[in-house]
Design a protein around this ligand. Structure first.
Ligand code: ZN
Length: 590
């Protein structure tokens, strides 16, 4: 899909927005400075004010013309139609599109979210998709937000939370609306539009699972003293049964450190094995304890350091990923992160590709570039510590704006959506509330084929205050298992995401037939395509050269409306197959 950007302001942000939308959608986006080809092509995406005369005369069928938002900078660009309308961006195909006949409005009201209309060879649209997407992904909405003493945003005070968007992936919705309008343009241009679906191997959504290992020993001397005092003074704990249970737990973990309630790695792994999944464990390195505002913070595992090293090996041998839980003083210092990374790698003799900063400390202008400098391939810190949800508007992996403009778009951010402790904080420890919210988010991820990263601390598997946390985690695994979710570690997700990005799709149109050419298909995954076929185009999917194409169904688009129609066909391509796949014959000229 050719995109021509012709504007003076925000050029980099607009380009980044298009790139990110293409990445999430699986659409190949090609930026062009001018239209070089003389061969006709179906759709040109034009971003700018009025289309210049010399472009109007070029051989495309239709221009999808996106008007830049009126704001002169990136603050709240596309929100000018009313903040509350964002949630009304429909996810279902067809909603809101009353008619897209040439010369008529796409929607009745130009002030609605679908302020687009087709006029001869132009589909004009006044939602500034690329700038809105880049606005959320680069956290511009947090610009004037108050932070806590560590510089982290306060979830319940955030703009996103107060507008009721924290559980709504706004970027993903904007992207879905953009896809729908692209399909309109291709319907009018009478051509196929192809995108790569997000997940491999017929998976319907993705739930990467991770564990931050902050503590490995519950019964430290301090903890035993504290617990003893609270048994004597706290009415709820002053029971013989509770006291003997605690005493037994303390005694057995004293005899064998592996019996400590927080040394539960084997239980976590065997639970995950039951569902045949592999997760990510982020470990701290051996550094001094930190003090922030004179308060001692968790910073290492104390005397358990050597035991931790050997458990890392064991976890790694079980097929899980080992990542770095980045230390507090390292989140702005690549040298510290690199030293920590080397230390972790020395422990388990493998590659440590990923990082999540301890305390979710993240400075968007510093942390990603320092992590990249330290040799990491991804980060998964971006989330709120006190609420769940979509801090940057998406659950999909994406490239940071500042690294993108430096030319490093392979370093990925995998947003953290649900953390056990933030779920408990947000729902004030209420089991029903936590359950409901987690499963609402999971169902949303399933319905929208999106991604929802989960963090469950090892301590939550043995938490006497919230004994149901372990079961809640298992229920989430079971949900994903039943619904064809891809439950995986974060490194595998990133590898897939970059591999998917590399697959190139080419639609070749000749007089009689159109072909989809797949360049660099993955050799070890089944991957899927969505092909938009405009109504009235006879087409067929056939096997050429023994390619196995699996067709799994069609979705009618815009079926309730009198304008352009079409359908989406979903195809799967099996490993090892490459080359041309014929897609359709051209329509009868009549
Ligand atoms: Zn931590």
């Amino acid at each position: 899909m050719q995109v021509l950007i012709n504007c003076e302001k925000n050029v980099e942000a607009v380009k980044y927005g298009f790139f990110s939308m293409g990445d999430i959608l699986g659409l190949d986006i090609e930026f062009v400075d001018q239209i070089s080809t003389n061969a006709p092509f179906p759709v040109l995406i034009y971003y700018g004010e009025a289309i210049p005369e010399e472009i109007v005369g070029k051989p495309f069928e239709i221009a999808f013309h996106i008007l830049p938002s009126e704001r002169s900078n990136i603050i709240a660009p596309a929100l000018s139609w009313g903040d509350d309308r964002i949630t009304s961006i429909p996810f279902a195909f067809g909603t809101g599109l009353t008619s897209i006949d040439p010369g008529r409005m796409v929607n009745k009201s130009p002030s609605s979210v679908f302020a687009g209309w087709v006029d001869q060879r132009t589909l004009r649209c006044s939602i500034d998709f690329p700038l809105s997407v880049s606005y959320f992904l680069s956290l511009e909405h947090e610009r004037d937000q108050r932070t806590d003493e560590l510089g982290r945003p306060i979830g319940p005070e955030s703009w996103i939370y107060n507008k009721g968007f924290s559980n709504v992936p706004m970027v993903d919705r904007l992207v879905a609306a953009f896809w729908m309008l692209c399909c309109c343009a291709y319907a009018r241009g009478k051509a196929l539009l192809v995108r790569k679906i997000p997940w491999p191997n017929h998976r319907k959504f993705c739930m990467p699972v991770s564990h931050d290992i902050d503590l490995v020993q519950k019964w430290t001397i301090n903890a035993v003293i504290k617990e003893g005092i609270s048994i004597l003074t706290d009415k709820q704990k002053r029971h013989l049964k509770y006291a003997t249970q605690t005493l037994r737990s303390v005694a057995s973990s004293h005899r064998d450190r592996k019996k400590d309630p927080y040394w539960n790695f084997n239980q976590i792994i065997s639970l995950e094995k039951k569902y045949d999944i592999s997760s990510t464990f982020y470990f701290l390195t051996y550094r001094k304890h930190h003090r922030i505002n004179n308060q001692k913070m968790v910073g290492n595992y104390g005397r358990r350091h050597k035991d931790v090293c050997s458990i890392m090996k064991e976890i790694y041998r079980e097929g899980c990923e080992i990542g770095l839980h980045g230390s507090i003083d390292g989140f702005k210092d690549g040298n510290i992160l690199e030293a920590d990374r080397n230390q972790i790698e020395g422990c388990f003799n493998g590659a440590c590709n990923g990082i999540r900063q301890h305390f979710l400390l993240l400075d968007k202008n510093r942390t990603p570039s320092e992590q990249l400098k330290a040799g990491f391939q991804y980060d998964s810190t971006l989330g709120y510590r006190d609420i769940c949800g979509y801090r940057c508007g998406t659950g999909f992996p994406y490239s940071w704006f500042n690294l993108f403009t430096d030319g490093n778009d392979n370093f990925l951010e995998v947003p953290l959506i649900v953390m056990d402790s933030s779920l408990v904080l947000e729902r004030k420890g209420d089991f029903n509330g936590c359950y409901e919210q987690l499963f609402d988010l999971l169902r949303q991820a399933l319905n929208q084929e999106s991604c929802m990263t989960l963090l469950w601390h090892n301590t939550s598997f043995s938490d006497p205050s919230y004994p149901w946390l372990r079961q809640l985690f298992e229920d989430a695994l079971s949900f994903a298992h039943k619904n064809d979710g891809w439950v995986t570690n974060i490194s595998s997700l990133c590898q897939w995401w970059l591999q998917r990005r590399k697959i190139k799709l080419q639609v070749i149109q000749s007089n009689r037939m159109s072909y989809i050419n797949i360049i660099d298909p993955p050799s070890d995954y089944i991957f899927g395509l969505d092909v938009f076929v405009p109504e009235g185009l006879p087409y067929e999917f056939r096997n050429l050269n023994n390619f196995e194409i699996e067709k799994t169904g069609e979705i009618e688009m815009f079926k309730n409306h009198s304008g352009y129609r079409g359908k989406i066909c979903r195809l799967y391509v099996h490993p090892g197959q490459k080359g041309l796949q014929p897609a359709r014959k051209h329509p009868n000229p009549s």
